[in-house]
Design a protein around this ligand. Sequence first.
Ligand SMILES: O=C(O)C(=O)C[C@H](O)C(=O)CO
Ligand SMILES: [Zn+2]
Length: 278
Amino acid sequence: MQVRHNIHPDHAKQFDTAGLRKEFLIEKLFLADDISLTYSHIDRIIVGGVMPVAQTVVLSPELGKQVGVSYLLERRELGLINVGGAGVVTVAGQAYAIGNQEALYIGMGNPDVSFASVDAAQPAKFYLNCAPAHTTYPTRKVTQAEAKPVTLGDNATGNRRTINKYLVPDVLPTCQLVMGLTRLEEGNMWNSMPCHTHERRMEVYFYFDMTENDTVFHFMGEPQETRHLLVHNEQAVLSPSWSIHCGVGTRRYTFIWGMVGENQVFDDMDHIAIRDLR
Ligand SMILES: O=C(O)C(=O)C[C@H](O)C(=O)CO
Ligand SMILES: [Zn+2]
């Protein structure tokens, strides 16, 4: 498990490109028949990917030992969205078929979790966020149809997109984790602009559905000290609560957002007027 530390905004503004990427970008999430996890000290979120191909991949007790318990979900909850081919996640002996862009919430207290693909030629890619939990809420699959959509933006400003809220209080209870997926419409390249911070939650953006020749210029930093990171397909960016998080692509794309922190109030955002950005 890789470990990332908390970064003060006064420190962050000193970083060069390599420094920013080392602290905030997660470059490789999917390894064949393996699980890749990054532990961030920002609200202790774990960000990861599981890509079973020819084998079933398990959440091993060793991962629990790395966070000081006997299995990873002893004191944690986990949310995942599949961005690959059809897959199956088995939790406590119950198999959940998770198709492309379907989600699964796994409650605290589940020692036995495994991941498999239906077809090795089109492996499942489970993108996951995992956070400290205080109680056990039921494990549940959430389909695209069950997610709560909201469409924002305009073609004229290049930010027409649908935010699909999968793991939010309106859909199911979780301890702190909220997750969803935002799909940009054709010809629209801007996400989350006008941008915001949220003092009470950190957030992770995972960009996918991009060609190898496209990129997203992801903007971060305090609103008057912005920096950018060049993000490629299937990479994720950690966003501390002091940082804006928005981006513009060379072509439309889709991204998954996940948040943890003090509250689960989606609209509790500190909006920043575009003219005030620096
Ligand atoms: O397109 C957007 O705008 C988003 O997806 C914004 C995220 O949902 C977000 O940042 C929530 O705080
Ligand atoms: Zn946000």
